[in-house]
Design a protein around this ligand. Structure first.
Ligand code: NAD
Length: 447
């Protein structure tokens, strides 16, 4: 497992020219989308499923329950997941180990992919190059350079790409977004987000499928371009998130949700300008090489953002948007806004350092000028909303299939996905380097 895999060179190996290309390479213009094959609104959308693991089985089961959406074929490198796909969809569902068969199939309109992070680049580039729209799981990329290549390929193809960070389709986040856009918070001062877990499952110590073997799994292909290749290892297959060669750590697994939710709620579509992370492998000393505690400070322009992930202490996923007019807290299914006047509600305590005569005069004047009129004492209020959980895969998938059917933009396009993933790569890069990292020359626009 090469230590250089996440080298500074690779991290910044996104040349200004490549980035400039990527920055022009946002969502294809609507005219380009319209030029693609148009399904009639009454047509069924037929998708091919690539990767039917922990997330893929969920996406598959959810997708086939959406109106006018059907699964035409499924692909996985592990035959046990062919059985699973047939159990979910139908006993005679065509299945294969080779995803290119799905890309060559003219009866398939689009792809839904839930493969490990190290396969995202190839699957997305192959899919859009074959003329297929694709829903690809988060984090969009395994490295910044992968992200740039994916943006470029999507632009060239004009195909629709939706990245799977479902906070972007959450009703709770949409409500918070409205509140922020209305100016209820005043000027944004600071944004915080955190999430913690405290159990082996939460720390990715998943049980490998009991029958897994090189006979029913194409282990060589599973490893992709990662070098050196290692002998068959069922723990890597099930727990790939633990190693940077295949996954992106808590940053790509969990922070990406916090970042994309924050980007969506604030309307920011850009990578951070700078990241400074600390972390450690403090709890799960099981051979992993990614931190289980990871805390990162970002600059988004001049806006400070603080995000903390912890696999050793459980804490519900929470955002705190701190503004000059109050505090907005967003958790799984609840939004709470506590307004703040930003004004003194009592005379300054500094005046206790005045001699009595001056102090008394100051207090008297303050009360004359500031005390509420009789019967008009302000009543502090807190506004809260509760709604569906913000882990909203169903509307996120629906948004994608509707975009495919009607050739319209998705809610989380490839540039948004790239910007969110870059924040995660910067968090990892800063952790490994033990220094601040910048995204200078790496920003992309959503244009
Ligand atoms: N949006 C979310 O909330 C969410 C939740 C969990 C996972 N995910 C993402 O989904 C992706 C998959 O995660 P997972 O937990 O389901 O992983 P997993 O290991 O459980 O499943 C991945 C499947 O992909 C298959 N696969 C790997 N390479 C392949 C290839 N080249 N061709 C065909 N099949 C291939 C594997 O055999 C495996 O069955 C990851 O990117 C992860 O970050 C997203």
């Amino acid at each position: 497992m090469s230590k250089d895999q996440f080298s500074r060179r690779e991290f910044l190996g996104v040349s200004a020219a490549a980035v400039a290309g990527a920055s022009l390479a946002g969502t294809p213009a609507l005219s380009t989308l319209a030029a693609a094959r148009r399904l009639a609104p009454s047509d069924r959308v037929r998708f091919g499923m690539i990767g039917i693991g922990m997330q893929g089985n969920n996406l598959l089961g959810t997708s086939i329950r959406l109106d006018g959406v059907e699964c035409a074929a499924a692909c996985d490198l592990y035959d046990g997941r062919h059985t699973l796909a047939r159990e979910i969809v139908r006993p005679d569902l065509p299945v294969t180990r080779r995803y290119k068969e799905l890309l060559d199939n003219k009866d398939i309109d689009c792809i839904v992919a839930a493969v490990p992070d190290h396969w995202h680049r190839q699957v997305v580039i192959d899919a859009v190059s074959a003329g297929k729209d694709i829903y690809c799981e988060k984090p969009m990329s395994h490295t910044p350079a992968d992200g740039v290549a994916m943006v470029d390929a999507a632009k060239k193809s004009g195909r629709i790409v939706q990245i799977g960070s479902q906070r972007v389709s959450s009703q709770i986040c949409a409500k918070a977004k409205d509140m922020i856009a209305q100016g209820m918070l005043g000027e944004m001062m600071l944004i915080e987000g955190w999430l913690g877990r405290n159990d082996p499952n939460g720390a990715w110590e998943y049980p490998p499928p009991p029958d897994l073997s090189p006979a029913n799994l194409d282990w060589n292909t599973w490893q992709g371009t990662v070098t050196p290749k290692v002998a068959f290892n069922p723990y890597i297959f099930a727990r790939w998130r633990c190693w940077r060669e295949y996954g992106t750590g808590v940053a790509g697994d969990l922070l990406v949700h916090l970042v994309s939710g924050m980007m969506y709620m604030t309307g920011m579509n850009q990578p951070p300008t700078q990241a400074m992370a600390v972390g450690s492998i403090r709890r799960w000393k099981d051979g992993r090489n990614m931190p289980d505690v990871h805390s990162v400070l970002y600059y988004y322009g001049d806006l400070p953002v603080s995000m903390r992930l912890n696999l050793g202490t459980a804490m519900p996923e929470t955002y705190r948007f701190q503004g000059t007019k109050g505090l907005l807290e967003v958790t799984g299914d609840r939004i709470t806004f506590t307004p703040q006047s930003g004004k003194d509600e009592s005379p300054s305590y500094y005046a206790y350092s005045f001699p009595r005569a001056l102090r008394d005069a100051y207090f008297k004047k303050w009360h004359e000028e500031n005390d509420p009129k009789i019967g008009q004492v302000p009543m502090p209020e807190t506004i809260s909303f509760s709604g569906p959980d913000y882990d909203d895969i169903r509307p996120h998938l629906w948004n994608f299939f509707e975009a495919v059917r009607n050739r319209r933009p998705v809610v989380e396009d490839i540039v948004f996905g790239h910007n969110a993933a870059l924040a995660c790569h910067m968090a990892n890069d800063s952790y490994f380097k033990r220094s601040a990292v910048s995204s200078a020359n790496m920003s992309v626009s959503s244009g």
